[in-house]
Each structure stands twice: as C-alpha cells, then as structure tokens.
Ligand binder design. Sequence first.
Ligand SMILES: Nc1nc2nc(S)n(CCO)c2c(=O)[nH]1
Length: 152
Amino acid sequence: TGKIATAYIALGSNIGNREDNLNKAIEMLKQNDEVEVNKISSYLNTAPVGYTDQPDFLNAVVEVKTTLSPHKLLMVCSDIEKKLKRERIIHWGPRTIDLDILLYEDLVLNHEDLVIPHPRMHEREFVLKPLKEIAPKAFHPVLKKTIEDISL
Ligand SMILES: Nc1nc2nc(S)n(CCO)c2c(=O)[nH]1
C-alpha cells in the first residue's frame, strides 16, 4: 500500500451511447481497489478538435486518489479502453472511450508510453473546462500555474 496520490483523468467518447460509455468507464475505475474516484465533472458535449471529420465528443474529467504508480494507472486506463471495445482504427479517429492521464501529483514524466502532464491538456478546452470545474486550484508542474490561471 503505497502513498496516496491525486491524479486527474480526462475521458472522452464519440461513438455509441456516449454517456453510457463514460458512466461505464468511471464505474470500472471505481471497481479497482487501488483507485478511489473523488470528483466527477459535468459531461460536456464538445466539437471534435484535431481530426474534425468525426462526431461530437462527450468529455469529462475525474479526480482520483490512488496508490498505483503512473504506469500502473495507465494500464488500468488502457484495460478500460479495451474492455469498452475501443477500436483504434484511425489513430485520431472516433472511439468508444478514451482515458488520458492529465496530472499525477506534481510529477513531470517523459516516457515513450506516458507523458505527464498530458502534453496537449493546456491547449484543449474540452479538458480545461471540466478540469477547472472540479479542480481550479490544481497545479500544472510544467506551466507553473494553477488550472484556473491557464488561459486558452
Ligand atoms: N472535442 C474533442 N476532440 C477530440 N479530438 C480528439 S483526438 N479527442 C480524443 C482525446 O484525445 C477529442 C476529445 O476527446 N474531444
């Protein structure tokens, strides 16, 4: 039983029953004994950015308390994506569910399979808006700003 860490995870879905997909993903996080879901943002309907030729997304951010390492938490997230049948057909294309680790304590990590803070989180309104809703005072350890002080 390691130290309890606070982490923020972005969720997104733009295929099937989007709300159901988000609910199921959050339920699966809750089912993990080493993860406690502490806060859940509103679900926001958002226009696709990047690859725009795809349906609107439903996005949310959750705050979790976990004893898992960043890499173990990543494994939990990818397992949930697999279980909810995320077909990675087009890399940037539509998906049943996407879970991205945004922040993990004040950790800065640059591994090939895991970059924390998420490198594009400060450029994405679909992440910043729900994150601001649940954790305006969370600190971005690279930008050295609180979330509420990051402007798009
Ligand atoms: N609005 C919106 N646009 C997106 N483009 C990509 S890729 N994604 C997947 C997240 O990386 C999204 C998303 O979740 N929401």
